[in-house]
Design a protein around this ligand. Structure first.
Ligand code: HAM
Length: 421
C-alpha cells in the first residue's frame, strides 16, 4: 500500500461539495469586484520566487519544492500565487491594457513545512491581485473583497488586523531604529533572528520563539517612522474602511513573511484554529513588478487558505449549504422494466434532472434501500403495469406522500417541485 505524502490531503466524494461551495463563493465575490480569473503553471523557474518573494524569507530559504527538470533547469512548485501573477502581468503585456488590471485565482500551493493542524505541504489559496492602482481606495477595495468573502461564508470568528510597513525610505530608517534596539539583546535571541538582524530586521518582529517575542514586544513601532506620504496613505485607508463599516485593529507587529510588501499589510486572524490562526493575508507590493523586470506598477492583493477556512468553519460550526442529492431514483423489477428505467433516467438527465437507477443488479428491495441511502428526493418503481399505463407512483422520500405522474411528464414535474423548495 502506497500512502498519501505527508502534509497533503485527499478530497473525498462526500467532502467535495464543501470545496465547491467555498470556491463558488470566491468566484462570486471576485465577480462582484470585477476580478477576472487567471491561471498560472504549478511550476515556475525557481528564480521567479527567489527574486520575487525574497531569498531570505522562510518560504524561499527553507520551504520550496525545487527540482531540476530533465533539461537541467531549476524549477519550483509555486509556494504562493503573487509572483506568478506578476510574471503573467509582465510577460503578457497586461500593462498596456486599461488599468487597474483586476485578477483572481484559485490554486494549489506547495511549501515544505512541518505539517500540523492548518499547515500543509500542499494547500489551496483563493487570491486576488490588482495591478496599476496606487490610491488607498484600491487597498480598501481589496480588503473589503476579502471581508465580503469571509462574510458570505458565514465566518464570524475572525478579526482584521492592518498595518503599514512604509516604503523603502521610511523602512530604511525604521530598520536602523530596530537594529539599535535589538543590538544589545541579540545574544538572547534565536539564531534565525540573528541572521534576520543582518538581512531584514523587520522580520525579527515575526519570530514565534517565546524569548524573542518578549524582547520584540518593546521594540519601536513602524507606525512612528512612516514618511508623510505613507502616513497619509494609511490614514486615508483607515478612513475608507471606517466609511464602509469594515472593522479592524491596527497591529504594528504585522510584517508578513514575504519580502515584496510595502505600505499596507493586513491579516484576517482567528483564535478558533490553533497556532496557525491566519486565514487570509495580503498587502501592497508596489515594487514587485519592476523587480521582476516590468515597468514600475503599484499592486495589491491577498490570499486566503482554503483548508484553513474549512478548519475554521468546522471548529465554529459554521454551516454549509446541503449537498445536492439526486432528484429521483427509478427502480426496475425485471429485465425489460430495468431497461425502461434506464431509458427514462437517461431522458431525465437530458432534461436537466439528476436521476439514478440500478447498476448493481440489485433486488427491488435492495434498490429501494439504496434509493433511501442515496438521499434521492423522490423514488418510483417501474413494473409491467407502469409500462402499460405510462404512469408511475412517485414517492416523496421525505414525507412518504405518493402521487401518480405520467412518465413523459416526470421531468417537468420534478423540475417544478425542485423550484418550489
Ligand atoms: P501567505 O500569508 O503566505 O501570503 O499565505 C496566505 C494564506 O495561505 C495564509 O493566510 C494561510 O491561510 C494560507 N497558507 C499559507 N501557508 C499554508 C500552509 N502551509 N498550509 C495551509 N495554508 C497555508 C501569500 O501567500 C501571499 N501571496 C498573499 C498575497 C497575495 N499578498 C498579496 N497578494
Amino acid at each position: 500500500m502506497i500512502n498519501i505524502p505527508k502534509g497533503t490531503k485527499d478530497v473525498l466524494p462526500w467532502q467535495s461539495y464543501k470545496w465547491q461551495y467555498i470556491e463558488g463563493t470566491a468566484r462570486d465575490v471576485a465577480r462582484l469586484y470585477g476580478m477576472r480569473e487567471i491561471r498560472t503553471p504549478v511550476f515556475e523557474h525557481t528564480e521567479l520566487f527567489s527574486r520575487g518573494v525574497g531569498e531570505n524569507t522562510d518560504v524561499v530559504g527553507k520551504e520550496m519544492y525545487t527540482f531540476e527538470d530533465k533539461g537541467g533547469r531549476s524549477m519550483t512548485l509555486k509556494p504562493e500565487g503573487t509572483a506568478g501573477a506578476a510574471r503573467l502581468f509582465i510577460e503578457n503585456g497586461l500593462s498596456s491594457t486599461p488599468m487597474p488590471v483586476k485578477t483572481y485565482y484559485i490554486t494549489p500551493a506547495f511549501r515544505y513545512e512541518r505539517p500540523q493542524s492548518g499547515r500543509l505541504r500542499e494547500f489551496h489559496q483563493f487570491g486576488i491581485e490588482m495591478f496599476g492602482a496606487s490610491a488607498a481606495e484600491a487597498d480598501a477595495e481589496i480588503i473589503s473583497a476579502a471581508s465580503l468573502f469571509l462574510e458570505r461564508l458565514g465566518i464570524k470568528d475572525v478579526r482584521l488586523e492592518i498595518n503599514s510597513i512604509g516604503c523603502k525610505s521610511c523602512r530604511a530608517e525604521y530598520n536602523r531604529a530596530l537594529k539599535e534596539y535589538f543590538k544589545p539583546r541579540l545574544g538572547e535571541m534565536c539564531p534565525t533572528c540573528r541572521v534576520r538582524y543582518e538581512t531584514n530586521p523587520l522580520r525579527m518582529l515575526d519570530c514565534k520563539e517565546e524569548e524573542c517575542k518578549k524582547i520584540s514586544a518593546g521594540a519601536p513601532e513602524i507606525t512612528d517612522y512612516l514618511c508623510p506620504e505613507c502616513r497619509g496613505h494609511f490614514e486615508r485607508l483607515k478612513s475608507l474602511l471606517d466609511g464602509q463599516g469594515v472593522k479592524y485593529t491596527v497591529n504594528p507587529r504585522i510584517v508578513r513573511g514575504l519580502d515584496y510588501y510595502s505600505r499596507t499589510v493586513f491579516e484576517f486572524v482567528s483564535d478558533a484554529i490553533g497556532a496557525q490562526g491566519t486565514v487570509c493575508g495580503g498587502g501592497r507590493y508596489d515594487g514587485l513588478v519592476s523587480q521582476l523586470g516590468g515597468a514600475e506598477t503599484p499592486a495589491i492583493g491577498f490570499a486566503a487558505g482554503i483548508e484553513r477556512l474549512m478548519l475554521l468553519m468546522d471548529n465554529t460550526q459554521t454551516p454549509y449549504p446541503e449537498e445536492e442529492k439526486p432528484l429521483i431514483y427509478l427502480a426496475g423489477m425485471d429485465g425489460p422494466t430495468r431497461e425502461a428505467a434506464f431509458g427514462i433516467v437517461s431522458a431525465l438527465r437530458r432534461e436537466g434532472v439528476s436521476a439514478e437507477c440500478d447498476l448493481m443488479e440489485r433486488s427491488i428491495k435492495a434498490q429501494l434501500k439504496y434509493a433511501d441511502k442515496s438521499g434521492a428526493a423522490f423514488s418510483a418503481v417501474i413494473g409491467g403495469d407502469e409500462l402499460l399505463s405510462g404512469e408511475v407512483n412517485l414517492k416523496n422520500m421525505s414525507d412518504g406522500a405518493v402521487r401518480t405522474v405520467k412518465i413523459n411528464e416526470l421531468g417537468a414535474y420534478l423540475k417544478k417541485e425542485k423550484k418550489s423548495w
